[in-house]
Design a protein around this ligand. Sequence first.
Ligand code: CAA
Length: 296
Amino acid sequence: SVKSFHSSSTSLHGVKHVGVLGAGQMGLGIALVAANVSKLPVLLLDTNEAQLNKGMKFMDSLLKKDVAKGRLTEAQAEETKSRVKTTQSMADFSNVDFVIEAVSENPALKANLFRDLAQATPKHAILASNTSSISITKIAAAAKGREEQVIGMHFMNPVPVMKLVEIIPGLATSNDVLRTTKDLAVAMGKTCTVSQDVPGFVANRLLMPYINEAIIAYETGIASKEDIDTTMKLGTNMPMGPLTLADFIGLDTCLAIMKVLHEQLGDTKYRPSVLLNKMVDAGWVGKKSGRGFYIY
Ligand code: CAA
């Protein structure tokens, strides 16, 4: 309707085209929600063509499920699909107003990408990172001349299901950029919270020590893994117990975040458990590898 057109265009402060960088689990979910819920055209960039194809296939299967469940009509699913275009070249980001980066958690990779994004995108474009633990201020410093427009936009996995987006302004982020980012998150159907740019922000500052403590409880024989999970799942109404959740997130990711907390906060309470380190060394990193605390 005309009314909703006006309200969405004013509340989005001119954000008309979204670029998503990285077609993994998170990037794909973000692209889907941007296209399906906020109804914005999305350009999904990944240098790996196989990853792009895999991502688009997964998006297709999620949309088919929504049609089967009566949440979307076939026509709406087609419209959503038509809003998502793919590319392997950042040069195609010359027309985006808002970028959400969701590549793997590698500080050097992110620094390089933000340096390039600062060149490839229009001067007004906001550059958001879905990092879960890298300093936004550090990422912003790599985007020379665009520091005020860099912000953290931390989605939770699985993106289409989880309602939260944690928003993290860096030291230089402007209030306008914070406001536009919040409005985009709301247009994507999410509730947002704001965190200081500190290791782990809020979500992982609380979640990872909890998971790590569950691994220590298992490692020291306090209870079986099943009993640890059942205790927390049924005892505190969590959708998953902590060891199942660790497998779901990926033990490599959990370890990387614990290391950031430990190194940057310096407190031994954040020390990653010996078993967590060993399991990552063994390649038993959870659901994605077929084995973690459980077999998949
Ligand atoms: N992508 C999209 N949708 C997905 C999905 C995925 N990867 N995985 C599951 N879903 C959907 C299912 O399709 C299903 O949708 P319908 O209702 O349309 O059928 C819905 O989620 C529920 O799934 P299931 O019925 O299969 O299983 P469930 O009820 O056990 O729910 C779950 C699965 C949503 C993952 C739930 O177990 C849960 O909420 N777990 C906790 C997840 C969590 O804590 N996430 C945060 C991790 S931390 C993080 O992301 C931050 C970080 O930086 C590490």
